[in-house]
Design a protein around this ligand. Structure first.
Ligand code: PLP
Length: 341
C-alpha cells in the first residue's frame, strides 16, 4: 500500500446512533423533499434497469437554467465530494503547492495528501482570510470555502479576487451558497482559473441522493468530466435533482424558515453566554465542552463535537439548524446544562 494512505485520517462523519434521534450533525436540510421530488423519485424507478446518460444532459440543462450559466461550463459528480477529488486528479501534480486555509472542511486534505502535493495550511483566525500568504507562495491550487465550514462566514470578494490572481487555480467550495446573498459565482466570468463547487445536499435537501456540480471554464469542465466515474450519479438522483430545481419556490420557503431559526438560535445562544460565530449557512459553531456534546447525545440529539481541528483552538460544537421544535430542544438542553454546571 502507498505510505501516504496509512497516514491519511479517515473522514470523520461524526456519530450515527441508532433509533429515533434528532440529527443536527451534518448540515443537512431537516425538511422533507417537495411532493414533486418524491414523485420524480418514484417515476425514475421505472428506468433503473438502464444506465443513466453518462454526460447527464438533462441535469446540466436544469442547473444551467437555475444559475444562468452555459451547460458547457458545468461538470457533475457524485456529490460535490467527488468533484473535490477529481479537481485534484486533473490539476495537481506531485509536490505542487496546494494552499488550504484553515480551519476548514477536512476532506480537502485527504485528496491533497493522496496526490502527494506540497501542503500549505495557513491558519487564519475565524477564517478571516488575507491574500498576502497566497501572493508570497503562488500556489498551484488554492481552496477557499465560502461560506466556510465550520466557521460559517463568507470570504470577502476582493480577497478572493487577489487569491485568484496569485494562484494557478482556485477552487471555491460553495456548498452552502444558497444560504448567503454573497456568493462568488460570477467570478467565473472574470477569471479563467476559478472553479466553483456546489451541492444538492444542503439547500436542496438531497444529501442522500449524492449530487454535486462544478462551474468553470470549458477546458476544466471537460477534464473533470473525463476522469469522473462513468454513470457516477444514479438515475433517481438525477431525477430528484432536476425536480428540486423545478420546486425552487418550495426550497426558498424552507430556506427562509432555516435562516429565521438560525438567527433565533444565534441570539438565544448568546443570551445563554455562549461564544457563537455569526453564520451565513445552515449551522452554528459555538464554544462548548465535550460534556455538553455528551449531554446532547443522552437526550438523543446528535451534533458535531470539534476538538483539535487545525486552526480552531479549543473545544467546539457545530450544530445544524433543524426544525423549530428540534432547535427548542437543543436550547432547553443547553439551558439545563448551564444550570447544572
Ligand atoms: C464545505 C463542504 N463541501 C462539500 C461538502 C460535501 O457535500 P456533498 O454532499 O455534495 O458531497 C460538505 C458536506 O458537508 C461541506 O460541508
Amino acid at each position: 500500500m502507498r505510505g501516504v494512505v496509512k497516514i491519511i485520517n479517515p473522514y470523520d462523519a461524526g456519530v450515527f446512533p441508532e433509533g429515533d434521534v434528532i440529527l443536527l450533525s451534518s448540515n443537512e436540510n431537516p425538511y422533507e423533499p417537495s411532493e414533486e421530488v418524491k414523485k420524480a423519485y418514484l417515476e425514475s424507478l421505472q428506468k433503473i434497469n438502464r444506465y443513466p446518460d453518462t454526460s447527464y444532459p438533462a441535469l446540466k440543462k436544469a442547473i444551467s437554467e437555475y444559475l444562468n450559466v452555459e451547460t458547457e461550463n458545468i461538470a457533475v459528480g457524485c456529490g460535490s465530494s467527488e468533484l473535490i477529488s477529481r479537481a485534484f486528479d486533473v490539476l495537481v501534480e506531485e509536490l505542487d503547492k496546494v494552499a488550504i486555509p484553515m480551519p476548514s472542511y477536512s476532506l480537502y486534505l485527504t485528496y491533497a495528501m493522496l496526490r502527494n502535493s506540497s501542503l500549505l495550511l495557513p491558519i487564519f483566525k475565524n477564517y478571516a482570510l488575507s491574500s498576502d500568504f497566497f501572493e508570497d507562495e503562488k500556489p498551484k491550487l488554492s481552496i477557499i470555502c465560502s461560506p466556510n465550514n465550520p466557521t460559517g462566514n463568507v470570504v470577502d470578494r476582493k480577497i478572493v479576487e487577489r487569491i485568484a490572481e496569485s494562484s494557478e487555480y482556485i477552487l471555491i467550495d460553495e456548498a452552502y451558497a444558497e444560504f448567503t446573498k454573497k456568493n462568488l459565482l460570477d467570478l467565473i466570468h472574470e477569471f479563467e482559473n476559478v472553479i466553483i463547487l456546489r451541492s444538492f445536499s444542503k439547500f436542496f435537501g438531497l444529501a442522500g441522493m449524492r449530487v454535486g456540480y462544478a462551474i468553470a471554464r470549458k477546458e476544466i469542465v471537460e477534464a473533470l468530466e473525463k476522469v469522473r466515474l462513468p454513470f457516477a450519479i444514479p438515475t433517481p438522483s438525477v431525477a430528484t435533482a432536476i425536480s428540486a430545481i423545478r420546486s425552487l419556490d418550495y426550497y426558498i420557503q424552507l430556506r427562509e424558515k432555516i435562516i429565521e431559526e438560525r438567527e433565533r438560535v444565534f441570539s438565544e445562544l448568546k443570551k445563554l453566554g455562549f461564544e457563537v460565530y455569526p453564520s451565513e449557512t445552515n449551522f452554528l459553531l459555538f464554544k462548548a465542552k465535550k460534556a455538553v456534546f455528551e449531554k446532547f447525545l443522552e437526550n438523543k440529539i446528535v451534533v458535531r463535537y470539534l476538538n483539535g481541528l487545525i486552526g480552531l483552538e479549543g473545544e467546539f460544537i457545530r450544530a445544524t439548524i433543524g426544525k423549530k421544535e428540534e432547535n427548542d430542544k437543543l436550547l432547553r438542553i443547553l439551558e439545563s446544562s448551564i444550570a447544572s454546571a
